[in-house]
Design a protein around this ligand. Sequence first.
Ligand SMILES: NC(=O)c1ccc[n+]([C@@H]2O[C@H](COP(=O)([O-])OP(=O)(O)OC[C@H]3O[C@@H](n4cnc5c(N)ncnc54)[C@H](OP(=O)(O)O)[C@@H]3O)[C@@H](O)[C@H]2O)c1
Length: 206
Amino acid sequence: MRVALVGGTGAFGVALATRLLAAGHEPVIGSRDAERAASIAADLGCEGAANEDAVRSAELVVLATKADGAVEAARSLREAIGTTPVLSVAAELRFTKEGVLPTPEPTSIAERIQAVLDAPVVAGLHSLAASNLGGAEPPDEDALICGDDPAAKALVLELASSLTAGRALDAGPLAGARALEGMTAVIVNLNKRYKAHAGLRVTGIP
Ligand SMILES: NC(=O)c1ccc[n+]([C@@H]2O[C@H](COP(=O)([O-])OP(=O)(O)OC[C@H]3O[C@@H](n4cnc5c(N)ncnc54)[C@H](OP(=O)(O)O)[C@@H]3O)[C@@H](O)[C@H]2O)c1
């Protein structure tokens, strides 16, 4: 699958591109700076382009920008993305001396992205840390996926199942993205407390 990674120059984009390549997909690293994208893509052995060019030829667009830039990035790429399905992986975190807190915003980033795009938006992969995703082997974790559009969700579930040694699980409508995004804060606190790279495994599903 040809997958455009908007903001794919960061830790998560590079890890996802690495895993996509290993699984036989075609990642395209996107950036606000085409030269930066090309340089990082060349190191990985894939294509790189300005975000706008990367999304035009993709079957799936992953918004992998810094979380607080994701909604504006989507808005600015609305025309170029068109109706190509979009995966939101972003989670806003607040770092305080008590620990990492989820965003106080009442709606998820994924729903805010959906509000500015014509394309169907799916949320997922939040719990897969870049350090686990970009390792030598697929991470032994489940990937929880939320979305309202059945075809877009099926596409993301298919992709996610090729990235992890665990399962890609349909976790319901896009409104559940708020829980997935909030869970990221919980996982980061676990990582800090136990000096770990935690992921999720859902029990009780055959
Ligand atoms: N890191 C993880 O383990 C992890 C795990 C799961 C999900 N996520 C999510 O994945 C996303 C990327 O994480 P990351 O750690 O790779 O983030 P990051 O390194 O902070 O940022 C990724 C890229 O976003 C672009 N960017 C920064 N500010 C932007 C803005 N205002 N508008 C548009 N693009 C902007 C930059 O690319 P250019 O300057 O090249 O355009 C940057 O290289 C986040 O939304 C995060 O919540 C991360």
